[in-house]
Design a protein around this ligand. Structure first.
Ligand SMILES: Nc1ncnc2c1ncn2[C@@H]1O[C@H](COP(=O)(O)OP(=O)(O)O)[C@@H](O)[C@H]1O
Ligand SMILES: CC(=O)N[C@@H](CCC(=O)OP(=O)(O)O)C(=O)O
Length: 283
């Protein structure tokens, strides 16, 4: 049995990290690939509530690619990805919005609420937060890039001591436009830069960035990351993720981490211990 003094020591070990990150904004990209079991989802919610209660300002940007693909298959709608990004027809856009803004956003909000943190779920359409533009309409349809961010609505949520939970959909200034489907990794990095976050973490379904022998790479510079993209070691869904890390670092975020969302409490392990998990990318 664990002695009581060991519990106290564990808490004291976390103290320097709590001091370092207290009052700091931390963007957590919660990928669809990490939203697997009910147990992991509960642990994710506990981690966010704990970080919030010790004074950090977590901002959740969620994905849900796997759920979108599942519903599209159920409905018999074909879907394709190019370089890790979905091609979004008007029909697909409707489903993307239903799954991201409807199902997943509200599920995360409820989980946080049940564990004791006030959470407010929005998409980029709310309060004029994210305005999008087509990435390449001919080839990608309503897949978008973020053209403009007005951080006010999210800052207001944080000032109200609540946790913002953001679905990666951007609005448009054109009347009647369905909006844009934004890759959640790229949305997270733009949001981290606009909100001046200290740290960004991507929870996914691999231990981090893996090398050709499938071994975890614990630390990478931007140059090393670019080289791994060039030689094809980094592919598919990992491409927008490392691009997002690089964009965040160039925009002033101090550290970007890609960590395994399938590992129990990986968020707390990364933020509150000196061990660190996954891949850390720094300037
Ligand atoms: N070098 C690499 N290291 C780790 N994962 C990689 C690498 N290259 C490609 N991948 C793929 O990227 C996937 C993660 O991206 P994705 O499926 O989009 O996750 P998420 O839903 O979390 O955004 C991994 O499951 C893996 O298949
Ligand atoms: C343009 C684009 O690819 N959008 C993504 C949005 C969701 C997402 O990014 O989810 P994950 O983080 O779980 O992959 C999609 O349609 O799947």
């Amino acid at each position: 049995m664990k002695h009581k003094i060991d519990v106290v020591k564990t808490l004291l070990d976390a103290l320097p990290f709590i001091k370092k990150f207290s009052n700091e904004k931390i963007v957590v990209k919660y990928g669809g690939a990490a939203q697997t079991s009910a147990e992991l989802k509960e642990q994710f919610a506990q981690d966010i509530v704990l970080l919030h209660l010790v004074g950090m300002k977590p901002i959740i940007v969620h994905g849900g690619g796997k759920s979108i693909t599942r519903l599209l298959a159920d409905l018999g709608v074909d879907t394709t990805f190019v370089d890790g990004q979905r091609v979004t027809t008007k029909e697909v856009m409707r489903i993307v919005e239903m799954v991201l803004s409807g199902e997943i956003n509200k599920e995360i909000v409820s989980l946080l609420d049940n564990h004791g943190a006030k959470a407010i779920g929005i998409s980029g359409k709310d309060g004029g937060f994210l305005k999008g533009m087509p990435k390449d309409f001919e080839n990608f349809g309503y897949t978008g890039l973020i053209e403009d961010i007005d951080p006010e609505i999210v800052d207001n949520i944080i000032d109200d001591d609540a946790v913002p939970v953001i679905a990666p959909i951007a609005g448009s200034n054109i009347l009647g436009h369905p909006g844009f489907n934004i890759n959640a990794d790229l949305a997270a990095s733009r949001i981290a830069v606009a909100l001046e976050a200290r740290k960004i973490l991507f929870l996914t379904d691999t231990p981090g960035v893996l090398d050709k022998e499938m071994e975890l790479i614990t630390n990478l510079s931007i140059e090393q990351t670019e080289a791994l993209k060039e030689d094809g070691t980094i592919q598919g869904g990992m491409v927008p993720k490392v691009d997002a890390c690089i964009e965040a670092l160039r925009g002033g975020v101090k550290k970007a981490h890609i960590i395994d969302g399938r590992v129990e409490h990986s968020l707390l392990l990364e933020i509150l211990t000196s061990t660190g998990v996954g891949t850390c990318i720094e300037l």
